[in-house]
Design a binder for this molecule. Structure first.
Ligand code: LIP
Length: 279
């Protein structure tokens, strides 16, 4: 689905979420096509960031630059935060959260589970979000109050009510100590659920909850750009999303699940201090 160019509101008037979604979708489609086309040329030159296993490629940087340029052209008064270093102030109250390639390790390995994730918030209150997997041409999207879609068709969370039968997605950080603590949480949880899935992209994990491909997702230590769009998409698809203790999802911890098992999973994760791994 390619959105056309649209008149976007200026800083003076409050933008319509659907307008913001249309711009985000257009930028995600353009960036997605670019990163998919660049892959063969960049994987050998990946650099690393927070640890030797935390990669960044020229495609990450080029995609973020292109998305930022597109936002700045259409909405010059908006703020922008991006994984590869963008931190642009704004005066409109609108903030864009950009992860040019979420699931960079998958991108490097040619595993078809990486995404361009773009979210738009009034501050930290998300109003529009898009997650595009260029490898599978899956475009997940939502604007506040309008539900969530995959390639234009409505999606909704699973109606699972028994945690013992739940398929749960999660992910792990890049630091060894945190991974050790996350493995301890996993070993306590795994015997009590159907199974775990580790796709390698928080944005796609949240979209998997939104479309019922998994029953729940949790992770500690994400960045806001990892989850901002997927969180809105999951919430608009009927998921309960919080920080595991009833607050808003955060970098510290995030739990997203259908309403039938969210409380059970949250309780189980609190029992094993799953949100303490970032302490
Ligand atoms: C990834 C997250 C994923 C997490 C990975 C990594 P990146 O983001 O989306 O959920 O488990 O460790 O942080 O680094 O590919 O943008």
């Amino acid at each position: 689905m390619t959105a056309g160019t649209t008149r976007t509101s200026t800083a003076g008037d409050r933008p319509q979420p659907t307008e913001l979604l249309e711009l985000a979708t257009d930028l995600a489609l353009r960036a997605g096509a670019a990163v998919a086309g660049m892959r063969s040329g960049v994987v050998s030159s990946a650099a690393t960031k927070s640890s030797p296993t935390d990669p960044v490629t020229e495609a990450d940087r080029a995609a973020e630059s292109a998305i930022v340029a597109g936002i700045a052209e259409a909405r010059p008064d908006d703020a922008i935060v991006g994984e590869e270093g963008t931190d642009r102030a704004g005066s409109s109250g609108v903030v864009w959260y950009v992860d040019p390639i979420d699931g960079t390790v998958n991108y490097l390995y040619g595993i078809p589970a990486y995404a361009v994730s773009i979210a738009v918030g009034l501050g930290r209150s998300m109003v529009a979000g898009v997650v595009l997997n260029p490898a599978t041409d899956e475009l997940f999207a939502a604007s506040v109050g309008a539900g969530a879609t995959r390639n234009g068709l409505p999606i909704s969370v699973s109606d699972r009510t028994d945690l013992a039968a739940a398929l749960v997605a999660t992910g792990f950080g890049y630091q060894a100590d945190r991974r050790r603590a996350q493995a301890d949480v996993l070993s306590a949880l795994l015997p009590t659920i159907r199974d775990i899935r580790r796709f390698g992209s928080a944005a796609l994990d949240l979209c998997a909850v939104a479309s019922g491909q998994v029953d729940a997702y949790y992770e500690a230590g994400l960045n806001v750009w990892d989850y901002a769009a997927g969180w809105l998409i999951a919430a608009e698809a009927g998921a309960t999303c919080d920080d595991g203790r009833g607050g808003p999802p955060s970098e510290r911890f995030l739990v997203a699940a259908g309403p039938g098992i969210h409380h059970q999973l949250g309780e189980r994760l609190r029992d094993v201090d799953a949100d303490r791994v970032t302490d």
